[in-house]
Design a protein around this ligand. Structure first.
Ligand code: ADP
Ligand code: MG
Length: 353
């Protein structure tokens, strides 16, 4: 794990950021003795913004931060922010809002206004995606293990029994920040929370740095400029290659880039790939024509949720949906074809490697 930390620190330090892959530390637990964060400050040449890099473990994933010209307090404030949202939104942290919702046995729960608003947005996206994005996926996602090597999966009977419990319309957001979920149902914010936290991190850093990148387990936010005045390069993971192999590079600033892919958190049984993006209608890993969906948006939260949904929806429905919403995306099909939303190539500097 320590090696991974250092490798990621090196990666974060490079100009090209790559998204994590199937065997990446996403989903791994940091061993108890590992510090939650590591940081490094690199002396800058005269007149250039000083670089601060950090790697942390939060929400079961690796967070990498690179800041140019940051004040001393910013990085520790980012870790505090990570801790705050982990304690609010993680389903495994006892007493978090999500934990309390999931264990309320049908009773209303009063949550933080931020949690309430996040769930409100999640429900809107559930409607806009025809149910493909679904935070009440938890009874299904709990039946699978994509991260710890056990290859656990449900029997058909177990899976079909969980399907009626997956329905965001039954997640009731009441007055005064109350949330009610029928007994037996649970929520899983794995498809949206990191995007939301990336947005909060970016808002915290904005105006306090010359430039920087925040990578919350694959939800990348690029802010400002590198010391040489150029925008950050963001690598588009090649679904066919190991984690860290970019297929193309995108250059843009003050934007978030989020990828959902079937090559992340997956396992194979008899040559069949089982991956972590589930189709709420079947309870099985999404079986569309898409290998990955990368969305660029000033809202990392929206990009996160829509990217997950699009993998379920497939290319035709996704292009129609995203073009209708005016969202920018590049998708890679299982046969390796690249598909772009309208106007994408004019808007982004996109370079194949
Ligand atoms: P990652 O967490 O690797 O960045 P995604 O953003 O695509 O990947 O989210 C996948 C995670 O979201 C899963 O691990 C699971 O917790 C949850 N999830 C799986 N399928 C769905 C779905 N159809 N809608 C909402 N969340 C989902
Ligand atoms: Mg997502």
């Amino acid at each position: 794990m320590r090696k991974n930390i250092l490798r990621l620190l090196a990666l974060a330090a490079s100009a090209v950021m790559l998204l994590t892959g199937c065997s990446a530390p996403n989903g791994e637990k940091a061993p108890e003795e590992t510090p939650r964060q590591q940081a490094a400050v690199t002396a800058a040449p005269e007149g250039q913004a000083q670089k601060t890099s950090g790697v942390g473990f939060y929400f079961d994933t690796v967070v990498t931060v690179t800041l140019y010209g940051a004040d001393e307090e910013l990085l520790p404030e980012i870790w505090t922010l990570c801790e705050k949202y982990e304690n609010l939104l993680s389903k495994t942290v006892i007493g978090s809002d999500v934990y309390r919702i999931n264990h309320a046995k049908g009773e209303p729960v009063t949550v933080d206004p931020e949690t309430w608003n996040l769930l409100k947005r999640a429900k809107e996206i559930n409607e806009k995606t025809g149910g493909a994005f679904c935070v009440t996926i938890a009874p299904l996602s709990a039946q699978w293990d994509f991260t710890h090597g056990t290859n656990m999966m449900p029997t058909d009977e177990e899976r079909l029994a969980a399907l009626p419990l997956v329905d965001d319309s039954k997640l009731i957001l009441g007055e005064n920040n109350t949330v009610t979920l029928p007994q037996g149902m649970q929520i899983d914010l794995g498809g949206i929370a990191k995007g939301y936290i990336a947005d909060q991190g970016a808002a915290l850093a904005a105006g306090r740095i010359h430039g920087g990148t925040l990578n919350f387990g694959g939800n990348v936010y690029a802010l400002g400029y590198k010391p040489d005045g150029t925008a950050f390069n963001m690598g588009l993971q090649d679904p066919e290659k190991s984690s860290g192999s970019a297929l193309a590079v995108l250059t843009k600033t003050d934007i978030s880039m989020v990828t959902s892919g079937i090559y992340e958190r997956c396992f194979f049984v008899e040559d069949v790939r089982y991956h972590h993006i589930l189709d709420p209608k079947t309870g099985l890993p999404a079986d569309s024509d898409l290998s990955s969906v990368t969305i660029l948006s000033p809202s990392s939260m929206d990009a996160d949720a829509y990217a997950t949904a699009c993998v379920v929806l497939g290319s035709e429905k996704s292009l129609e949906l995203l073009n209708g919403l005016g969202m920018d995306a590049v998708m890679i099909t299982r046969s390796g074809e690249l598909l772009f939303t309208d106007g994408f190539e004019e808007e982004y500097s996109f370079r194949m490697l």
